[in-house]
Structure formats: C-alpha cells, structure tokens
Design a protein around this ligand. Structure first.
Ligand code: HEC
Length: 119
C-alpha cells in the first residue's frame, strides 16, 4: 500500500511537471504546405526572408530565438505574453530584447500573421 502511494505520488509529480512545463503535451499539428491559402503561402515567403535565420517554424527548439511551432496556439509565448496578433505585431515591428525590429508593409505583416497562425 505504501509503495503504491509513493508510486502514485511520483506519477502526480510527473503529471504536474508536464502540465506546468508544457513539455509532454503534444502541440497541435501545423497546417501542411499543400493546404496553405495564398495569404499563408506569401507569409511563408516573408518568414523565409525575415525570420527563418533566427527561428525554426516546425519545432519549439530554439535557434537564435525560440522555435515558433504552434506559437499562436499556446497560452503564452516564451516571454509569458499571450500570442495575440497585437502582441505578435508589436514584437515583429518593434523587436524585443535581442530580436531586431523588422520593417514590413501592412500586406507583408498580414500575410506573415496568417502564416504564423498555420504553424
Ligand atoms: C536576429 C534574430 C531574430 C530575427 C531575425 C527574428 N527574431 Fe524573433 N526572436 C529573436 C530572439 C533572440 C527572441 C527572444 C527575445 C526575448 O524574449 O528577449 C525572439 C522572440 C520572438 C518571439 C517570442 C516573443 C515572446 O513574447 O516571447 C516571436 C513570436 C518572434 N520572435 C517572432 C519573430 C518573427 C515573426 C520574425 C520575423 C519577422 C522574427 N521573430 C525575427 C530573434 C530573432
């Protein structure tokens, strides 16, 4: 009985670790390129030009900045801020910490946001 309880305790600790660290929960899958809308496809090009040198799009593993898989589907971005379009726009246009500001036209920004939502 005691051993059982201890096992259960460990299980609970592991479960809590998963929930809080978010490490065990599989992320929702990205939209396959074949299903991209024209907007998302243009956004992917903007991403390649301006973001890909620092961020992986298909994993949360970091490069120079955090990986952006499912970035709009998580509760909080690495900074703790919610991934709203306003917040993403501010991060992209103004930069953040070691991330430089990126100059984009309104169209490029809208396409990029559409693409980020597909990740
Ligand atoms: C020169 C490298 C670099 C480039 C280029 C870059 N980033 Fe970043 N990015 C970073 C770094 C470093 C951070 C971590 C900043 C911090 O929180 O201090 C970051 C953070 C972020 C975050 C998380 C913000 C948060 O609140 O946690 C998002 C989203 C993001 N970048 C998106 C983009 C997008 C979209 C582009 C393309 C327009 C881009 N980045 C271009 C380096 C870069």
């Amino acid at each position: 009985m005691r051993i059982l309880n201890r096992r259960f305790g460990l299980l609970m600790v592991a479960a809590f670790g998963c929930v809080f660290a978010g490490g065990c929960k599989p992320l929702p899958p990205s939209k396959p390129a074949a299903l991209w809308s024209p907007e998302e496809a243009r956004g992917a090009q903007v991403y390649q030009a301006y973001c890909a040198k620092c961020h992986y799009p298909t994993t949360t593993r970091g490069m120079k900045g955090p990986g952006l898989q499912a970035i709009t589907k998580v509760k909080a971005m690495p900074s703790g801020a919610p991934p709203t379009d306003e917040r993403l726009t501010a991060t992209i246009l103004r930069g953040r910490g070691m991330m430089p500001a990126t100059q984009l036209t309104d169209d490029q920004l809208q396409d990029l946001l559409a693409y980020l939502h597909s990740l």
